[in-house]
Design a binder for this molecule. Structure first.
Ligand code: NAD
Length: 396
C-alpha cells in the first residue's frame, strides 16, 4: 500500500509522538487535525519555535507537520490514512467532525482502539452514508510518552516491541498491517477482528485493576508526596491476583467464543506483557515479577490530586478509571454477558470504580459505556456477524 498523505487527529502526548515518527518512517506529509481548545495554535507556535516536533528518550525522531488546523476541511481531504490518537471518549465526536471530509475508501483508525471502537465508528459512518470508509485500531499505544515542551519535544519513556492491529473489514488487516508496521517502526501483528482487539485490550485490566489494588482500602486521608505509590512497581501479591482474575475471565470469554471466531490474539495478561516488553522485563517468572521488574514502567506514579499544599489523594477521575472502565472493562463484561460467561472479578472492580466515578456501569449507567448492546448488538449471533462483516464495496 502506498501512502501519499496521512492526518493525525489530536494534540496530546501520543499524537505528538506519532507525528514525527510517522513522517520520518513513511517520508510523506503529515497533517494534524487539532480542534480541542487552542491546541492547533499552540502546536503551530511550538513547531515554529523548535523547527519541528521531536521525540527524545526511547525513540528519536524529528519532523515538521505540513499543516496543523482546527478546521477539518483544511487537513482531512486527500488523506489515505487518518489516525485518531485520542482518549476513547473523544473518538465518536471527532469522527463526526471529520467524516464528511474523508476521501472515498480512506482508512480511519484509533490508536489505541480501546473497547468497542468499531461499534461507535460504524454507527457514525452508517449515519453519514460512508460505509466505504475502512476502520482499523491498534491494541495499545506503542509508546509510554509525555509532552516535555508543547509542540516541541515529547519524552518517550518506553516503546513496545510488538503491537496488534485489526481492521473492519476484518480480512483487510493483512493489507494494512505492513503499512502500520512501516509507519510505527515496530512489529504489528494482525488480529482477526476488532472484537479480538476489544477483548485483548490490556489497559482494561492493568489500569482499573491496579487502581483497585492500590486504593480499595485507602482510608480517605491525604498523604505526603513521598507516599505517592509507584503505579506498577508497587504491585502486591493480592494486586497481581486481581489482575490475573480479570484476565482469566476474558480468557473464559475467548474459550466460549472460539472456534466461532478467531480470538488467538486475545492473550493472557502475562503473555501480553512478555510479548510487548520482552527484554525490558528482568524476571518474567510470574505475573507480579513481570510488572515489578519491567524497566519500561520505572518511575511511573499512581495518579493523584493535590488537595492542600504537599498533601495528595488518589485521582479517581484519571483515565485509569474514567477511560478504562466505560471503554474497557465494561465492554468486555457486556460481551461476556452475551456469551453467557460469569465475571465476578470484573464486576467487583467495575462496581468499585463506578462508586468512585459516580456511575453504575453494572446496571443504571451500563448503556453509557461503549457496549455492543448500545449499538443494537443484542445477542451473540449479531455480535459475531458484526465482527466478521466483510467489505460492502466487494473488494475484500
Ligand atoms: P493526552 O491526554 O495527552 O491527549 C489528549 C488529547 O486528546 C488532547 O490533547 C486533545 O487533543 C484530545 N482531546 C481531549 N479531550 C478531547 C475532547 N473532549 N474532544 C476532542 N479532543 C479531545 O492523551 P495521550 O497520552 O496522547 O493518550 C491517548 C490515548 O493513548 C489514550 O487512550 C491513553 O489512555 C492512551 N495511552 C497513552 C499512553 C501514554 O503514555 N501517553 C500510554 C498508553 C496508552
Amino acid at each position: 500500500m502506498d501512502v501519499i498523505k496521512i492526518t493525525v487527529c489530536g494534540g496530546g502526548n501520543g499524537a505528538q509522538t506519532l507525528i514525527p515518527v510517522a513522517a520520518g518512517n513513511l517520508g510523506c506529509p503529515v497533517d494534524v487535525y487539532a480542534p480541542f481548545a487552542d491546541e492547533a495554535e499552540r502546536l503551530r507556535a511550538g513547531v515554529a519555535a523548535h523547527g519541528g516536533l521531536e521525540t527524545v528518550g526511547a525513540v528519536n525522531a524529528r519532523a515538521r507537520p505540513r499543516r496543523v488546523s482546527a478546521d477539518p476541511a483544511e487537513v482531512v481531504p486527500g488523506s489515505d490514512v487518518v489516525v485518531l490518537v485520542l482518549p476513547a471518549f473523544a473518538h465518536e465526536e471527532t469522527l463526526c467532525q471529520i467524516v464528511s471530509f474523508l476521501d472515498e475508501g480512506t482508512w480511519v483508525g484509533a490508536v489505541p482502539a480501546r473497547g468497542g471502537f468499531d461499534y461507535a465508528a460504524a454507527r457514525v459512518l452508517e449515519a453519514h452514508g460512508r460505509e466505504d470508509v475502512r476502520l482499523f485500531g491498534l491494541q495499545t499505544l506503542p509508546w509510554a510518552c509525555r509532552v516535555q515542551a508543547y509542540g516541541q519535544v515529547v519524552h518517550v519513556l518506553g516503546v513496545k516491541q510488538a503491537v496488534d492491529a485489526a481492521a473492519r473489514p476484518a480480512a483487510q488487516i493483512e493489507r494494512l498491517a505492513p503499512l502500520l508496521e512501516r509507519m510505527l517502526g515496530l512489529h504489528v501483528g494482525a488480529a482477526a477482528s476488532l472484537l479480538a482487539l476489544t477483548l485483548a485490550n490490556a489497559g482494561q485490566f492493568i489500569h482499573p485493576g491496579i487502581m483497585y489494588a492500590l486504593f480499595a482500602d485507602w482510608d480517605g486521608d491525604p498523604f505526603p508526596a513521598d507516599e505517592i505509590p509507584p503505579f506498577y512497581h508497587a504491585l502486591s501479591q493480592a494486586g497481581a491476583r486481581t489482575l490475573a482474575d480479570l484476565s482469566d475471565e476474558v480468557q473464559a470469554v475467548r474459550a466460549r467464543l472460539e472456534p466461532a471466531t478467531d480470538l488467538s490474539t486475545v492473550r493472557p495478561l502475562k503473555a501480553w506483557l512478555l510479548r510487548s516488553y520482552g527484554d525490558a522485563i528482568a524476571d518474567p517468572s510470574t505475573l507480579r515479577s513481570a510488572f515489578l521488574t519491567n524497566r519500561a514502567y520505572a518511575g511511573l506514579k499512581a495518579p493523584v490530586r493535590e488537595v492542600a499544599p504537599g498533601r495528595y489523594v488518589p485521582d479517581f477521575g484519571a483515565r485509569y478509571l474514567a477511560e478504562d472502565v466505560p471503554f474497557g472493562l465494561a465492554v468486555s463484561r457486556a460481551i461476556a454477558a452475551l456469551a453467557g460467561v460469569e465475571t465476578p472479578a470484573i464486576d467487583q472492580v467495575i462496581a468499585w470504580a463506578g462508586e468512585r466515578l459516580g456511575k453504575d456501569y453494572l446496571d443504571r449507567d451500563a448503556a453509557e459505556a461503549r457496549v455492543p448492546q448500545r449499538y443494537g448488538l443484542e445477542n451473540l449471533a449479531q455480535l459475531l456477524a458484526f465482527a466478521g462483516e466483510t467489505d460492502r464495496m466487494g473488494c475484500e
